[in-house]
Write a protein that binds this ligand. Structure first.
Ligand code: C2E
Ligand code: MG
Ligand code: MG
Length: 739
C-alpha cells in the first residue's frame, strides 16, 4: 500500500503555479493587498467582493485554499462556510478577520475553517498558513484518490469473485464460513446468511468427509496446497422425496490455500483460516459418465457390452464361489439373422436387434445382465441361480418372446434363436470356461436344427472345445480329403422307381467317425469354407456320375445342394459349367438345390446366375420349402423348376391336421405354378399315401433309403426300383431322430 501513497515531503516542496487562491473580502484595499502578497509568493489568486460571488465561484471550481473575511454585507463569511460544508467542498478556508472574539474563532473552526488569521495580519504568518492549508488540501486530495482507487479495485475484485462460476469462500480458523460469493447461493441452494457461520462439514456428503477434512483444513500455501480434489457437497433440497438421491449432491473440484495474518498487531504467521474455490463438476461428471457408458455399452442396443459383461461375470463368479451358489451363462444367437441384414438392409437389421434386445430384457430379473456380445450374439448372466430349472425357464421364455412375429417398418418377419447354457460350477469355473461352454452348447443347438436351447455337456466338447478348433479341423479335412459324397434316392411315388439322387456330404473324421452336415455346414458357411467344400462336392458328384455311366447304370438326375455363399462367388456359374464339361455331363442331368435363404440374399444377382444355369439345362429346386420366406411373389423372379416340401411338414402329416393342410396348400400352389413337387423326409407309409393322394409325384426319405455311400448307391441304381423299408431298421434314421 505504501507505494501508492505519495510522500508528504514531495507535497510540501511542491510549488504549483497553477494553484489559484480565492480571496473573499468586501474591502477592495484588503483584496488588493492580499493578492499582492500571494502573487509575490508565487501563488495565483482570484478575488470575490462578497459571499454570494464567492459561493458562485466555488460552484464552478474547487479552490484549494480560500482566504475568507467574516464580516461582509449580505452573505457573511459564516454563511459561506456553511454553504461550502453543504457542498462538501474540500477547499481549505483560512479565515482572515478583524474579529478577535473567542466565539468567532471557535465558530468558524467548528464550521470547518482550516485556520484563523487575525487582521491586521503578518505577511509571513499568513503565507505560512496558506502554504500549510495548501499542503493539507493536497494531502487530503491524494488520500481521496487512493481511497477511490482502493474502493474501485475492491469492487472489481468483489465483482470478479461474485461472478465467478466457481464457489469461492473463506473459512475462519475453526472451519466456519466467513465469506461466500454470490455463486454459492445459486449452486448450493442455501442463502448467504445460512452459509455464513456454518461449519463446512455440514455441507459435505458424509462419505467424503475424511477427504474433506483434509482439504477444508488446508494450512499450506503456494504450490503445496490442495488442488483439484474431488468431493461431493450436499445441496439444500426442499422436496427431498421427489428427487433422486444423486441430485442432492453436487460434485465439485476443490482447491484451497491456508491464509496467514501478516498484520502488525498479530504475531506474524498466525493461521487465520482457509481460502478456497470449488468448481461445479456436474457437467464434467455427466460427460465422464457418458464416455464411461459408451465404453461399456453397446451403442445400438444400449446393453452392456462384452467388456462389462465379462467384468460382471467375474464378480458373479467370485460371489458364487464365496457363498457356494450357482449361476448360469447363456449364449443367445439369432438363427439366420445374416439373412435379414443381407436381404432387408443393415438399418432394418439394426432395428430388429434393438427390438430383440428389448424382448429378451423383458424376460429377465433386474439383477440379470444381458449384453450384446457382437453381431447377433447376446450373452446373458443369471447370478444366484436356485436351480438348473430356473435357467431352462428363462431360456424357454426368451425363445418364446423372440419367436413372436415382428412387424418392423412394414416388414413382417419371424425369428428364432439358439441358446447354449453353461452353469457354474458344473460347466466351468472361470469366465473363459463358462463362455466357451455356453458357446459350444449354442453351436450344438445350431447343429441340431436351431431354434432351441441346450445345457452344456462334456460330450459336446469331446474333441471340439470351441468352434475355432472345428474350423481348423474343417480346413484340414479339405486338404487331406476326409469328405465323401453320399446319395439318397428320389423315388416316383406311384411305381417307386428311382428317378433321381441327391448328393449329401459326409465327413469321415479319423477319430470321430462319420459326421453329418448339420454339424459343420453352418460353420463352413460362416467361415466361407463352404466354397471349396461345395466345389469339391460338385466335382466329386460329377466324377461319380461319370463312373455310373461308364458302368452302364441307368442315367438319373442328380441333385446337389448349393449354399448362398457359393452363389455369391463371381465364378459360380462358370465353375459349374467347366466341371460339367470336364466330365462330359449334360446340364439336364443336374439339379441344384438352393434354399429360399440362399436366393433371397442378393435376389437379383442370384436370379441372373440361376437363370444362366437354367439356360444350360440345369434344373433348380427350392429346398426346405415352407420354412423360410415362402412368398409367391418372389418365386416368380426365379427360374425354379421344383419345390421340395420340407421334411418338418411331411413328418407331421399323421400327427397334426394343420401341417397336413400346409402340405396340401404347398402342393396345390406348386401345381398351380406348374412346378414339379417333391416331398422329403418321408418315413411312413401313411405319409406316402397322403402325398400320393395330393398328387405329389416324387418322394424321398427313409421309407425307401437313407443317404448311402457311393458303392451302395451303385447297388441301388443297379436295382432301379426301391422297396419300402421299415424306418427303424435304417441306422441313419435312428441316429438322426434320437441323437
Ligand atoms: P437337405 O438338403 O434338406 O437334405 C435332406 C436331409 O434330410 C439330409 O440330411 C438327409 O439325410 C435327411 N433325410 C433324408 N430323408 C430323411 C428322413 O426320412 N427322415 C429324416 N429325419 N431325415 C431325412 P443330411 O444329409 O444330414 O443333410 C442335412 C443338410 O445339410 C441338407 O439338408 C443340406 O441342406 C445340407 N447339405 C448336405 N450336403 C450338402 C452339400 O454338399 N452342400 C451344401 N451346401 N449343403 C449340404
Ligand atoms: Mg437338399
Ligand atoms: Mg431339405
Amino acid at each position: 500500500m505504501n507505494n501508492v501513497l505519495p510522500s508528504k515531503k514531495k507535497i510540501l516542496s511542491q510549488a504549483d503555479p497553477g494553484v489559484e487562491i480565492l480571496v473573499v473580502d468586501d474591502e477592495q484595499a484588503m483584496r488588493e493587498s492580499l493578492a499582492l502578497l500571494l502573487n509575490g509568493a508565487g501563488f495565483a489568486s482570484r478575488a470575490a467582493a462578497d459571499g454570494d460571488e464567492a459561493i458562485a465561484l466555488c460552484r464552478k471550481t474547487e479552490y484549494p485554499v480560500m482566504l475568507l473575511d467574516l464580516q461582509m454585507p449580505g452573505v457573511s463569511g459564516h454563511q459561506v462556510l456553511a454553504e461550502l460544508h453543504q457542498m462538501e467542498m474540500a477547499t481549505k478556508v483560512v479565515v482572515v478577520s478583524g474579529e478577535t472574539s473567542f466565539e468567532a474563532v471557535r465558530d468558524s473552526l467548528q464550521q470547518g475553517a482550516y485556520d484563523f488569521v487575525r487582521k491586521p495580519y503578518l505577511a509571513e504568518e499568513l503565507l505560512t498558513t496558506v502554504r500549510n492549508a495548501l499542503a493539507s488540501y493536497q494531502l487530503e486530495k491524494e488520500h481521496r484518490q487512493v481511497e477511490t482507487a482502493l474502493r474501485e479495485s475492491e469492487e472489481l475484485h468483489r465483482y470478479i469473485v461474485n461472478n465467478s462460476p466457481d464457489f469461492v469462500y473463506v473459512l475462519d480458523h475453526r472451519g466456519n464460513f466467513t465469506f461466500v460469493n454470490d455463486t454459492a447461493e445459486d449452486l448450493l441452494g442455501y442463502s448467504r446468511a445460512e452459509l455464513l457461520g456454518m461449519h463446512y462439514s455440514e455441507l459435505v456428503y458424509e462419505e467424503d468427509l475424511p477427504l474433506a477434512h483434509y482439504v477444508f483444513n488446508e494450512r499450506r500455501t503456494g504450490a503445496r496446497s490442495s488442488r483439484n480434489v474431488e468431493l461431493r457437497l450436499r445441496l439444500k433440497v426442499e422436496d427431498s422425496e421427489s428427487r433422486a438421491f444423486e441430485t442432492h449432491l453436487l460434485p465439485i473440484e476443490l482447491s484451497s490455500v491456508g491464509m496467514y495474518n501478516v498484520g502488525h498487531n498479530v504475531k506474524d504467521g498466525d493461521f487465520v483460516g482457509t481460502y478456497g474455490c470449488a468448481r461445479d463438476m456436474t457437467e464434467h461428471k455427466r460427460s465422464e459418465e457418458l464416455i464411461n457408458f459408451q465404453a461399456y455399452h453397446d451403442q445400438l442396443t444400449a446393453l452392456p457390452n462384452r467388456a462389462l459383461f465379462e467384468d460382471r461375470l467375474g464378480l458373479a463368479i467370485a460371489h458364487a464361489r464365496r457363498y457356494e451358489q450357482s449361476l448360469a451363462v447363456m449364449f443367445i444367437d439369432l438363427d439366420r439373422f445374416k439373412l435379414i441384414n443381407d436381404t432387408l438392409g443393415h438399418s432394418l437389421g439394426d432395428r430388429v436387434l434393438q427390438v430383440v434386445a428389448g424382448r429378451i430384457q423383458d424376460c429377465l430379473r433386474a439383477e440379470d445382465t444381458l449384453s450384446r456380445f457382437g453381431g447377433d450374439e447376446f450373452t446373458l448372466l443369471l447370478p444366484q441361480l436356485d436351480s438348473e430349472r430356473d435357467a431352462a425357464i428363462v431360456a424357454e421364455k426368451t425363445l418364446k418372446r423372440i419367436s413372436d412375429p415382428y412387424l418392423i417398418d412394414g416388414h413382417e418377419m419371424f425369428l428364432s434363436a439358439s441358446i447354449g447354457i453353461a452353469l457354474y460350477p458344473g460347466s466351468g469355473e472361470t469366465r473363459e470356461a463358462l463362455l466357451r461352454a455356453a458357446d459350444v452348447a449354442m453351436y450344438h443347438v445350431k447343429g441340431e436344427g436351431k431354434n432351441g436351447f441346450s445345457f452344456y455337456q462334456k460330450s459336446m466338447t469331446a474333441g471340439w472345445g470351441e468352434h475355432l478348433s472345428l474350423e481348423r479341423d474343417l480346413r484340414r479335412a479339405i486338404e487331406v480329403g476326409q469328405f465323401e459324397v453320399f446319395f439318397q434316392p428320389k423315388v416316383n411315388s406311384r411305381d417307386q422307381q428311382i428317378v433321381g439322387m441327391e448328393a449329401l456330404i459326409r465327413w469321415r473324421h479319423p477319430s470321430r467317425g462319420l459326421i453329418y452336415p448339420n454339424q459343420f455346414i453352418p460353420l463352413a458357411e460362416e467361415s466361407k469354407l463352404i466354397v471349396p467344400i461345395g466345389n469339391w462336392v460338385f466335382w466329386a458328384t460329377c466324377a461319380e456320375i461319370k463312373r455310373w455311366r461308364e458302368q452302364g447304370l441307368p442315367e438319373v438326375r442328380v441333385a446337389i445342394n448349393i449354399s448362398a455363399v457359393q452363389i455369391e462367388q463371381p465364378d459360380f456359374v462358370q465353375r459349374i459349367l467347366d466341371t460339367l464339361t470336364e466330365f462330359g455331363i449334360d446340364g439336364s442331368q443336374i439339379e441344384v438345390e438352393v434354399t429360399e435363404h440362399g436366393i433371397m440374399k442378393n435376389r437379383e444377382a442370384a436370379a441372373l446366375k440361376l437363370g444362366e444355369l437354367s439356360q444350360h439345362g440345369i434344373s433348380i429346386a427350392l429346398d426346405d420349402f415352407g420354412t423360410g420366406y415362402s412368398s409367391l411373389s418372389y418365386l416368380q423372379q426365379f427360374p425354379v423348376n421344383t419345390l421340395k416340401i420340407d421334411k418338418s411338414f411331411v413328418q407331421k402329416i399323421e400327427a397334426e391336421e394343420s401341417e397336413a393342410c400346409i402340405v396340401e396348400a404347398i402342393i396345390s400352389m406348386g401345381r398351380g405354378m406348374r412346378l414339379h413337387m417333391i416331398a422329403e423326409g418321408v418315413e411312413t407309409e401313411a405319409q406316402l399315401n397322403y402325398l400320393k393322394k395330393l398328387g405329389c409325384s416324387e418322394v424321398q426319405g427313409h421309407l425307401f433309403s437313407a443317404a448311402q455311400s457311393a458303392s451302395q448307391t451303385v447297388e441301388l441304381l443297379r436295382g432301379g426300383v426301391m422297396t419300402q423299408v421299415p424306418a427303424c431298421t435304417v441306422e441313419e434314421f435312428s441316429f438322426r431322430r434320437f441323437h
